[in-house]
Design a protein around this ligand. Structure first.
Ligand SMILES: Nc1ncnc2c1ncn2[C@@H]1O[C@H](COP(=O)(O)OP(=O)(O)OP(=O)(O)O)[C@@H](O)[C@H]1O
Ligand SMILES: [Mg+2]
Length: 507
């Protein structure tokens, strides 16, 4: 089978491939995008939580030291602590503030003594809100320098160890404020995010590639073959079949295509045969019609000739006889009476001749005696000069049929009898007539040489077989059917069956 890809290849490939690829890629893109974003968010939260922990850890360390150590050592310890924090790159600034916002200690000693104002823009995210609505003690703000920082505020609480020196009013004694720059954290986050996106895109590309390869091999190529076959089939290549394929849906489609092709091819073959048979029948019928018209014409000529030759001459003779009689009537009455007798004889002859002509035109026996006697009389006439012995069984037929049915049956059996005499070389013939349950049946069987039905097909070159065809046509016109059962060397059996609608008249 040709597997050439036609002009339909590209649109099918594009549309199906594009649709399936989109159907796979789009949900994958959404899933990967959501996962990457979620992971980014989770990492960011984890980092901020860590930073918050580090800041609050510093606050806890200060709180623990201050509560354990003797108050005289507090300034020195805080000094050391903030010096260490100034070395720590994690903190942009670290302030130890009293309740008025004054910086008591700082990682940058230059700022010590300054008072921070709550109205500064970087303090506003919390301080513009009522106390209950403020966010938790750590959040990202833009510092005065314009840098984004993670700001943490850890209150140094007034514990039991502090009340000896500090008034016990339930308020925190101080506040540890630390700023951790966000940019380095965000930088590592962003590069991790970028890495994730590159991996996701890589996965997507590999998925697209695999999906396309699989689609091409399992679906597109096979569909294109099918499409190509269908298009060739549509142009009349009914013999085209697809090779056996795997039993999936496309395989089943190919099987259905093959089955359809086989059926269409079979039907086309049958149609061709029927059309040839129809042509044959039509030319046979045309020939039959020609013969019937010809036979009618020659029959008319024969009747005209017989009327002219026989009846015309006889009537002329009678007229001449009567004229002579009229002349002799006065002079020689005995002679006139003799002439009259002769004329009467001529009239009787002419009448007989007229009956002969009528008899030749239509079998009067059929009208007078009925079908069975007419057939018997015909058989006796036909077989009179032959060695053929015939018998009739009409015990199951005692009725009269409609006139047109009787004529058709009579003419059919007449032709069968004539064929037997002419071709069969039979010694015995049996004729059966029967009527049963609304069906009239007649059968004529001979034990002659038989013949091959296939060999008597009518052709223009050899115009034989119209007698049998005429028999079939006559019976078909009465709504019946005729079957010829014959083989070379095994005699011939002709069976005709005619359904009789009205109840036949009993003889
Ligand atoms: N009873 C039979 N026994 C043997 N051969 C027969 C018999 N009946 C018909 N045939 C064969 O069938 C052929 C066709 O018969 P059919 O009556 O159709 O045509 P025909 O007798 O040749 O011509 P037509 O009837 O038109 O004058 C005959 O030529 C003969 O060879
Ligand atoms: Mg014949």
């Amino acid at each position: 089978m040709s597997t050439e890809t036609g002009s339909n290849f590209w649109p099918l490939k594009v549309s199906l491939r594009l649709r399936v690829t989109l159907a796979v890629v789009f949900p994958l893109l959404v899933i990967l995008g959501t996962l990457t974003t979620l992971q980014y968010q989770r990492q960011k939260n984890a980092i901020l939580e860590n930073v918050s922990l580090v800041s609050s850890y510093a606050g806890q360390v200060i709180q623990t030291h201050l509560s354990r150590d003797v108050p005289e050592n507090h300034p020195a310890e805080l000094e050391i602590f903030f010096n260490q924090m100034s070395q720590d790159k994690n903190f942009r600034v670290a302030y130890f503030l009293d309740s008025s916002g004054k910086i008591l200690y700082a990682s940058n000693s230059a700022n010590v003594g300054q008072t921070l104002s709550n109205s500064a823009p970087d303090c506003q995210p919390c301080h513009r809100l009522p106390v209950q609505q403020r966010p938790p003690a750590s959040l990202v703000v833009t510092a005065g320098s314009g840098e984004r920082v993670f700001r943490s505020m850890f209150p140094i609480e007034n514990g039991p160890a502090c009340v000896a020196c500090h008034a016990d009013d339930g308020k925190p004694l101080a506040l540890l404020l630390t700023d951790t720059p966000v940019a380095p954290l965000e930088g590592s986050l962003t590069s991790a995010f970028r890495e994730n996106i590159i991996w996701s895109l890589g996965m997507l590309l590999v998925t697209i590639l695999i999906v396309n390869l699989a689609l091409n091999r399992l679906v597109i190529q096979r569909l294109v073959h099918l499409l190509d076959a269908l298009s060739q089939f549509g142009q009349g290549s009914f013999h085209l079949r697809l090779p056996a394929q795997s039993p999936d849906e496309i395989g089943q489609l190919a099987d259905a295509f093959n089955e359809m092709g086989q059926r269409i091819e079979d039907n086309a073959f049958k149609t061709q045969e029927l059309s040839e048979q129809l042509q044959q029948r039509s030319s046979e019928r045309g020939e039959l019609l020609k013969r019937i018209i010809g036979a009618q014409e020659s029959e008319r000529q024969r009747v005209a000739r017989e009327i002219h030759d026989d009846l015309g001459q006889a009537l002329g003779g009678i007229s001449f006889q009567l004229e002579a009689t009229r002349r002799l009537f006065q002079s020689d009455p005995p002679r006139a009476r003799q002439q009259l007798d002769q004329a009467q004889g001529l009239v009787a002859d002419t009448t007989e001749r007229m009956y002969d002509i009528i008899l030749a035109l239509r079998p009067s026996e059929l009208d007078d005696l009925g079908l069975v006697s007419a057939i018997r009389s015909q058989a006796e006439r036909v077989f009179a000069n032959s060695d053929i012995h015939f018998e009739m069984d009409t015990s199951r037929f005692t009725s009269r049929l409609p006139a047109e049915v009787e004529t058709a049956v009579y003419r059919t059996l007449q032709e069968a009898l004539s064929n037997i005499v002419r071709y069969s070389r039979a010694s015995r013939v049996k004729i059966t007539c029967a009527y049963q349950k609304g069906i009239f049946e007649a059968e004529i069987t001979d034990n002659g040489k038989g013949f091959s039905l296939d060999e008597i097909k009518f052709t223009q070159a050899s115009p034989r077989g119209l007698g049998l065809l005429g028999m079939q046509e006559r019976i078909a016109q009465c709504g019946g059917g005729l079957t010829i059962d014959t083989h070379l060397g095994s005699g011939t059996r002709i069976l005709l069956r005619i359904p009789i609608e009205s109840e036949p008249n009993h003889e």
